[in-house]
Design a protein around this ligand. Structure first.
Ligand code: NAD
Length: 394
């Protein structure tokens, strides 16, 4: 099959197996080029390990610290005439590379929100690793079936209180327009908290602790975002922000459970980056396009792998302990939030139009990175050649 990108709005419905493998290799090479993480994690569970920040966490642990990794993800395999989702190919590429380097890697494809998945993973840890010393919680999911009630909760990205109007960009067509998003109702808020809040993270830690598979001193981290004022109505103060507040609540509760054995749990606030999750949020892609332009010019631009390697190497391991902000969070969004970077965003924001989008923003860089998520635009990959889309999970 010859596979080309097919972009539909904010998703690409195709993915390139060799391109995804090349992307994974780029991330592995980045970690290797940075050198080993002293005192790093050795046995790691990553929940949401196939793309974005979770994949970066798995790669940093494996190739920065020689860790055995168990990865959980929800991806779609290939079908007749249709390639698999990128996380499917990423996970195969990661697993092959890890095993070739002599590292244990095991995958669980399915719904992380279920009790069954928790029990399967606990059994695998017991059988293969004994215990884990790091649990990364990096899910970005559209829905969750509650394991007790059976109710299906759907998360949404809406403002809370009043409608919100701001600029947004159709990243595919390059059109800047105004978007108005109606406010969430109480059900929207509760549903988004049920999906993207901290309850499931707590259930994971409970299952792992009760089974005795958390090593003494084990750490757990989940990821959040705060961002600039221009996106607060849709992010920080919106439905997703309320869910992230609940994730912070869970971090404190889990931290209290892990502390007695010398461990900790915390939230790392990460930088805004192009991922499948962030491209679906209105307004945010325009902000990211402006941010990339400014941070690249300042020489401080980072991707997922740079962010997570920095988190591990300067906050969690290498003789470091986390430097918490006033709310107990680690901030690897610090370079994004520097006053001079944000001042430059604020200056550009009102001036952006469809006409000047390529000049005032890094929309080209945004698109390039977006396509890379699906394995397109990687050096050394022949996109005109036939490729095998049907790859079994490792
Ligand atoms: P992503 O879409 O790239 O990855 C999500 C992962 O979750 C994938 O591995 C996917 O397979 C997995 N997943 C989804 N539903 C699942 C389910 N039911 N069962 C098992 N696995 C499932 O997302 P991302 O942007 O890397 O986001 C990860 C975390 O980082 C989120 O908490 C997000 O809020 C946070 N974050 C993202 C950004 C950003 O700009 N992208 C910034 C800061 C923080």
């Amino acid at each position: 099959m010859i596979i080309k990108p097919k972009v539909r709005g904010f998703v690409c419905v195709t993915a390139h197996p060799e391109g995804c493998a090349a992307h994974v290799q780029e991330w592995i090479q980045h970690v290797k080029s940075q050198g080993p993480i002293q005192g790093g994690p050795k046995k790691v569970l990553v929940i949401g390990s196939s793309t974005g920040y979770g994949l970066a966490s798995r790669i940093s642990a494996a190739f920065g610290s020689g860790a055995a990794t168990i990865g959980i993800f929800f991806e779609r395999p290939s079908e007749e005439g249709r390639p698999a989702t990128p996380g499917w190919y990423n996970s195969i590429a990661f697993t092959r590379a890890a095993r070739a380097a002599g590292l244990y890697a095991r995958n669980f494809m399915g719904d992380a929100f279920t009790n069954e998945m928790k029990q399967q993973v606990v059994a695998a840890i017991k059988a293969d690793l004994g215990q884990v010393d790091l649990v990364v919680y990096s899910l970005a999911a559209p829905r969750r079936t509650h394991p007790v009630t059976g109710v299906v909760h759907k998360s949404c990205l809406k403002p809370v209180g009043t409608a919100y109007t701001n600029k947004t960009v159709d990243t595919d067509k390059g059109i800047v327009s105004e978007v108005t998003i109606d406010p969430a109702n109480d059900t929207d808020v509760a549903d988004t908290i049920a999906v993207m809040g901290g309850e499931d993270w707590e259930l994971w830690i409970k299952a792992l602790r009760e089974a005795g598979v958390l090593a003494p001193g084990a750490q757990s981290v989940a990821y959040s975002y705060i961002g600039p004022e221009v996106t607060w109505a849709i992010y920080k103060n919106g439905t997703i922000g309320l869910a992230k507040n609940d994730l912070e609540r869970a971090a404190r509760a889990i931290d209290a459970q892990l502390k007695p054995s010398g461990g900790r749990a915390f939230i790392s606030v990460n930088k805004a980056l192009v991922t499948q999750a962030s491209s679906a949020i209105p307004v945010v892609p325009l902000y990211i396009s402006i941010l990339y332009k400014i941070m690249k010019a300042a020489g401080t631009h980072e991707g997922c792998i740079e962010q997570i390697y920095r988190l591990f190497a300067t906050q969690m391991y290498n003789g470091h302990t986390p430097k918490f902000d006033e709310s107990g969070r680690v901030r690897v969004d610090d370079w994004e939030m520097r006053p001079e970077i944000q001042a430059a965003v604020v200056k550009i924001w009102p001036a952006v139009t469809t006409e000047n989008l390529p000049a005032l923003t890094d929309i080209a860089g945004y698109r390039e990175e977006f396509l890379k998520l699906f394995g397109f635009g990687l050096n050394g990959v022949n996109y005109d050649a036939e490729t095998e889309p049907h790859l079994p999970m490792e």
